[in-house]
Design a protein around this ligand. Structure first.
Ligand code: TK8
Length: 336
């Protein structure tokens, strides 16, 4: 073999090894930026860490996740766009903020849809939850699992809220979602859509009077510092959803996909337990922080539920009557 042949043979060998490595480095070995909206000390932050650790463990350190909280990579809506464009690999956020991309997601925003966490788990983790999640793919997103955000409750700095009539006059931040806007306009509040990342400042400067979120978030985001009144409304159960950029996902090997999926399931199991344990204590913690708590009586809750029944038709039309009916039938079955 002359020198020229040797060089060619070597470089072919090097190229193929390097090709394999480069691919691994580009994709499997690329650091996954996993963004989320709450802070590191929240239930969302704790579960994000579990996910990152589990990906490292399952891949023997080959795949790395950098969990980045406090909306440092952007609001839910901004991150979704970054995932679709391929500029960011992963995120977790509210399903409610996805409705502009996949209209079927609005089914989860139906007021009083689930009576308890057991119903939520059964539907979200079952075939219906999967079907809704799969709709994201044609929009450039891959849903892995649902986490629990939780049952939402109302806070505000103006007045105690214990009856339907008390919503009137409250300028209320809601998620960027038509069902939430409809819900609170129907209840008589002045609903203003806004990103979560802008919310604390908006409450502090009184640009808005109130907001609604699960106890855990009211606690971890320190809303008790700028909100005096807390009404236990439990008006809707909110899921979070773990998303992967489809552009990124499609370049992963089957093994790498499995690592992400298995770690996502592990993080979901941790997250739901952790969130429920925290939620069980959070109301007492919020009282201790000085919040004035009003409970809705069953009769008042029924009035609210009846009033909100008026928007069900619109939700059903928007998500599709078939999906609506399927969810109702499944809930009826669970309640038998
Ligand atoms: C965090 C949000 C939050 C949600 C909201 O990014 O916006 O009120 O409940 O959890 O997704």
């Amino acid at each position: 073999m002359n020198f020229k042949h040797l060089v060619v043979a070597l470089s072919v060998g090097v190229a193929s090894v390097a090709g394999g490595l480069a691919q691994a480095q580009d994709i499997g070995n690329r650091t996954i930026r996993f963004g989320y909206g709450l802070n590191e000390q929240s239930n969302q932050g704790r579960a994000a860490k579990v996910f990152a650790d589990e990906v490292a463990r399952l891949s023997g350190g080959k795949m790395r996740v950098r969990a980045i909280g406090a909306a440092a990579l952007g609001s839910d809506v901004q991150m979704q766009q970054a995932l679709i464009g391929g500029a960011q690999e992963m995120m977790v956020g509210s399903t409610a903020t996805l409705v502009g991309i996949t209209k079927e997601m609005a089914i989860w925003d139906t007021p009083f849809l689930f009576n308890n966490e057991k119903e939520a788990d059964a539907i979200l983790d079952g075939p219906i939850g999967q079907k809704v999640m799969d709709k994201l793919q044609e929009k450039g997103l891959v849903g892995l699992v649902y986490w629990e955000n939780g049952f939402r409750n109302l806070t505000n700095s103006r007045q105690p809220v214990a009856r339907l009539e008390d919503f009137s006059g409250i300028k209320l931040r809601v998620m960027q979602n038509p069902v939430f806007i409809d819900t609170f306009r129907t209840l008589g509040a002045d609903a203003v859509p806004m990103a979560f990342s802008e919310l604390f400042t908006a409450l502090e400067t009184k640009a808005v009077d109130g907001q609604e979120n699960p106890f855990n978030t009211i606690l971890s985001s320190k809303f008790y510092e700028v909100q005096r009144h807390l009404a236990v409304t439990n008006h809707v159960y909110s899921p979070w959803i773990m998303l992967v950029s489809k552009r990124y996902w499609d370049r992963l090997s089957a093994d790498e996909k499995k690592v992400l999926m298995d770690a996502a399931i592990k993080s979901r199991e941790f997250e739901r337990q952790d969130t429920r344990a925290e939620a069980a204590k959070a109301l007492a913690d919020l009282r201790a922080k000085g919040m004035q708590v009003t409970e809705f009586t069953p009769a008042e809750t029924n009035r609210m539920r009846e009033k909100l029944g008026a928007i069900n038709k619109t939700i059903a039309q928007n998500v599709g009557e078939d999906l609506w009916n399927e969810v109702q039938a499944e809930l009826a079955k669970l309640r038998r």
